[in-house]
Write a protein that binds this ligand. Structure first.
Ligand SMILES: Nc1ncnc2c1ncn2[C@@H]1O[C@H](COP(=O)(O)OP(=O)(O)OP(=O)(O)O)[C@@H](O)[C@H]1O
Length: 484
């Protein structure tokens, strides 16, 4: 019994020791956990501290920014105002510039027209003076004068070479002249040559190149010098020439027509007979004058203009024949209607600027297909389409194979060209301030076939001129451009 009690007591003691050990290890574990928790807590505290610091700094910065905000906002308002002011200034400066450019263009055109008028009047006065005196002043010059005038025929003074010889620029008796050196006499005698030249020198018109004199010794003819070269070079923009505006082209067509009417109305009539763009010379402000009048009679080689191939290659020859009246080629008979044919081809060249070969066919085709715009020379600016078409139809009538179907220069051609020419001139001087797209269509709808054609076309051209200003701005002005 005793032993049982002791065993039980030992058992209890062992159980108590076990429990004590278990609670000791639990306590150790808890202490470790507590330590870890305390460390974590410490770390979190530090993090919170750092975040607090950052928050404080950010709050400080935010406050500073908030303090600056009204200042920045007022600065922004100020700069917006300045930008607006500058924009307004730029807009008004651009408007001013555009109006200055428009004014400048108007003045240039006015200036050009005024100079044209003066030139025309001067030529008229000269012509009247010479016809009143009965005989124009005509010089017979010596070879030595011609030699001096051309700086001993300096090759750099040579300005052209045609089928009738070379042309030199010269300075003679204080004048710029063009000296044409014709080939040898052939069958023509000295007196005959002199007589022929004197007859030619009496034919004077503002749109005919004036023959000033002759040098029978060297068989040369002395003409006034036209500083803007020939129409062919201008249409092809050779030698750095700028494209001719459509207004100038219409002027040129009218001037050629006027010179031809003058020649044809002579008794007996005079036929130019060699009309082509190289024989249309352009002087100051692009006033045009026909050259080479009667030259075929002075040149032994040229019975038929298509035969004189000495100086020409095949292409040139073909181009030349494109201006020749087909009836003349068939019959050998040259009449004023032969000039009308050549004039028609020149008019087509002025309108289209295209090569002469096939030009009649091309324009006919374009008109038939209602595609005329595609053949117009856009380099000339914005053509007035209806008027350009009217001119194209007229030109095609001039180019009729049958002479009898070709129009009359006075009643059919001049009657169309003259009002157009006048309108272009008046458009530049008229102060048609109310021009707008509305007035443009008004003028368009009233132009053709009206009794008031002249008035309407004046307005029309004026409006059209204004519409063309943008293009004109990008073009050097022919009216004032000195190309000598
Ligand atoms: N009076 C002039 N003023 C300025 N240049 C001129 C003058 N006469 C002729 N020229 C220039 O010389 C070139 C040659 O003229 P020319 O009349 O001899 O030959 P063309 O007209 O070319 O051909 P063709 O002999 O078949 O008529 C002209 O195209 C022109 O450029």
């Amino acid at each position: 019994m005793e032993s049982v009690k002791r065993w039980k007591a030992e058992e209890d003691a062992m159980e108590a020791v076990r429990k004590a050990k278990a609670s000791e290890s639990l306590c150790t574990k808890e202490m470790i956990q507590r330590k870890e928790m305390e460390e974590m807590l410490e770390r979190k505290k530090q993090e919170v501290e750092t975040m607090k610091n950052q928050r404080d700094e950010l709050t400080k910065e935010l406050r500073m920014v908030q303090d600056q905000r009204p200042i920045l906002e007022s600065q922004m308002v100020k700069s917006n105002c300045t930008v607006k002011e500058l924009e307004d200034k730029i807009i008004s400066a651009v408007e001013l510039l555009i109006s200055f450019k428009e004014k400048r263009d108007e003045l240039r055109i006015e200036h050009g027209n005024a100079i044209r008028k003066v030139e025309g009047l001067r030529n008229l006065v000269e012509w009247k003076a010479t016809t009143r005196l009965g005989k124009p002043q005509f010089f017979a010059l010596t070879f030595s004068e011609i030699n001096d005038a051309t700086n001993n025929f300096d090759p750099s003074w040579k300005i052209g070479e045609g089928s009738h010889g070379s042309v030199y620029k010269g300075f003679l008796r204080h004048m710029h002249v063009a000296i044409k050196m014709l080939p040898s006499y052939g069958c023509q005698g000295h007196l005959e040559f002199q007589h022929e030249v004197e007859v030619l020198s009496r034919v004077r018109h503002p749109n005919l190149t004036t023959l000033i004199g002759t040098c029978p010794e060297s068989r040369s003819l002395i003409y006034e010098y036209l500083k803007n070269g020939n129409l062919e070079d201008c249409l092809a923009c050779r030698k750095n020439t700028s494209p001719l505006p459509w207004q100038t082209r219409i002027h040129i067509a009218a001037e050629i027509c006027s010179a031809l009417i003058f020649l044809h109305s002579n008794k007996p009539y005079i036929v130019h007979g060699n009309l082509k763009p190289t024989n249309v010379l352009l002087g100051t402000n692009f006033v045009s004058k026909l050259s080479d009048l009667g030259i075929s009679r002075l040149s032994p080689q040229d019975e038929n203009p298509t035969n004189s191939s000495t100086l020409y290659n095949n292409t040139n020859l073909k181009d030349r024949s494109a201006y020749i009246d087909p009836e003349y080629l068939k019959t050998g008979e040259m009449t004023p209607k032969s000039d009308v044919y050549s004039f028609g081809v020149i008019l087509l060249r002025l309108l289209t600027g295209r090569p002469v070969l096939g030009i009649v066919k091309n324009v006919k085709c374009a008109l038939e297909k209602a595609n005329f715009n595609s053949v117009l020379d856009f380099l000339a600016g914005e053509w007035p389409l209806e008027q350009a078409k009217q001119l194209a139809h007229l030109a095609l009538r001039c180019c009729e194979e049958n002479r009898l179907n070709r129009p009359d220069l006075v009643s059919d051609v001049w009657s169309v060209l003259e009002p157009m020419k006048t309108c272009i001139a008046s458009a530049s001087t008229m102060n048609f301030e109310g021009a707008s797209s509305g007035s443009l269509s008004f003028c368009l709808s009233h132009f053709s076939g009206s009794d008031e054609r002249s008035t309407h076309s004046c307005r029309w051209f004026h409006v059209r001129s204004r519409c063309n200003k943008r293009m004109v701005e990008q073009r050097p002005q022919h009216f004032t451009h000195d190309k000598s």
